[in-house]
Design a protein around this ligand. Structure first.
Ligand SMILES: [Zn+2]
Length: 433
């Protein structure tokens, strides 16, 4: 299979290390000289950029968090004057001010290249018709994929999000071959197709490039089966660049992180200590090529682990596993860490469960209670209460042993749980009130 930029993607490890060390050094210097927030943090820690001599020294430097971006809203973290910034995006920010990110011309160039890399790795070529169903706007998803797909030479349909029936009509008429959206929206599309009797075989879709939210392997299988496509995962976040930070190759054994642009570390989210490869923890990224908004040890809050072993595809960059969830989404129930994706995996394996669910956590008698609401298809709404009860008990047992905490299962009718056009939000935590 073709590789977009073999000279960069298949670098020998020693060469890659040199590029990373040089890049970190230049980024630290630039950040210290131009961004007051970094200068203050380094000074407080008694560090100067010169302290960095080898990659291992990166761990000495302080983390950067979303809070730093908020405190320096809107442009305080930029390392270049605004006249050099040619694009501005921001994150949705459900609470408080959004975070603002900027790009110079050279940043946009790298971004398009990195998206072209992972799209090529997923099998997209200049023959493809790429249907982008991410919302166009301040969110980085749509524009990121858009310019990457154009760079490859594919035909791009800037569909944007919403209006599911129209999406399907255009997909059918324009013969879209590659679908770009969140996995939860892909599921919404599959549901709509089923409901309206639209046969996936009547579409030209071959591949799905799904990202912007954590999703399980079981969800992947579901989407592949129902849409008749190859479903691939990719990773990115606006604070660090947007989509294109990492993407899956066709070996599908994790997402290659573009290590010639980002240095990845895994830390213990509680203590901040760097963990060895292979351990689950929070992904921390340092940008080494970005001009407008350098990020030093940015805490992504995404939980994953890294695999450095050589991949059969020939790329040498480290692979990150599918994210298990965000440390922010992690529910602590009776002291046990629970990720929604863990519950999703179990529900998807149960016969009769639809892939739509909602988790409701509340406190009753000073105890955390987790209720799992799951849609079931008509075949499961047995007339016999006894069978239904047995089904629920079986599911509760599986969840308790798989997740490590007891919960109550409530079966709800098909289509009663809200559907999503963008990122899914499946948890209702009533304890926070
Ligand atoms: Zn690979």
């Amino acid at each position: 299979m073709p590789i977009w930029d073999p000279a960069s993607e298949c670098l020998a490890p020693e060469k890659l290390r040199l590029i990373q060390e040089e890049g970190v050094r230049a980024t630290l210097e630039k950040a210290y000289a131009n961004v007051p927030c970094y200068r203050r943090k380094f000074d407080e820690a008694g560090l100067r950029p010169e302290k960095f001599r080898a990659l291992e020294d990166l761990a000495l430097f302080p983390f950067t968090t979303k809070e730093d971006l908020r405190l320096n809203y809107p442009y305080g973290m930029f390392a270049v004057p605004l006249r050099d910034v040619v694009r501005i995006h921001s994150s949705s920010g459900t609470t408080g001010k959004p975070t603002v990110v900027g790009y110079t011309k050279s940043d946009l160039e790298s971004w398009a290249q990195l998206v072209a890399r992972f799209m090529t790795a997923a099998g997209v070529t200049d023959e493809d018709i790429v249907h982008i169903a991410f919302g166009y706007g301040l969110f980085t998803g749509a524009f990121g994929l858009h310019y990457g797909a154009e760079r490859i030479g594919a035909s791009v349909i800037p569909m944007s999000s919403g209006n599911t029936d129209r999406q399907l009509m255009i997909m059918q008429d324009y013969r879209s071959t590659a679908l770009v959206c969140t996995p939860s929206y892909a599921l919404t599309l599959a549901d709509r197709m089923e409901k309206t009797g639209l046969d996936p075989k009547s579409l030209s879709l071959k591949v799905g490039l799904f990202g912007a939210e954590p999703w399980s392997e079981e969800m992947r299988q579901e989407l592949e089966k129902r849409l008749g496509i190859l479903a691939t995962d990719n990773y990115g976040l606006s604070e660090v660049m947007g989509p294109g930070v990492a993407g899956e190759c066709l070996e599908r054994c994790g997402m290659h992180i573009a290590e010639d642009h980002f240095v990845a570390e895994i830390i213990d989210p509680e203590t901040g200590a760097v963990l060895p490869h292979g351990h689950w923890g929070e992904l921390v990224l340092t940008t080494i090529s970005k001009q407008a908004l350098p990020m030093i040890r940015y805490r992504t809050r995404d939980i994953t682990r890294l695999h450095p072993e050589r991949c059969a595809c020939g790329r040498t960059h480290v692979r990150m596993e599918k994210t298990r969830g965000r440390s922010d989404d992690m529910l602590i129930i009776k002291g046990v860490n629970v990720f929604p994706t863990q519950i999703e995996e179990i529900l998807f394996q149960a016969e009769g469960c639809e892939p739509h669910y909602q988790l409701v956590v509340e406190r009753q008698n000073n105890q955390d209670c987790l209720e799992v609401r799951v849609e079931v298809n008509d075949r499961i709404f047995f007339d016999e209460m006894k069978l239904q009860r047995a089904f629920i008990q079986e599911l509760e047992k599986k969840l308790a042993s798989g997740v490590g905490v007891g919960c109550r299962v409530r079966l709800v009718e098909s289509s009663s749980i809200p559907r999503f056009e963008g990122k899914a939000s499946r948890v209702i935590d009533l304890r926070k009130k």
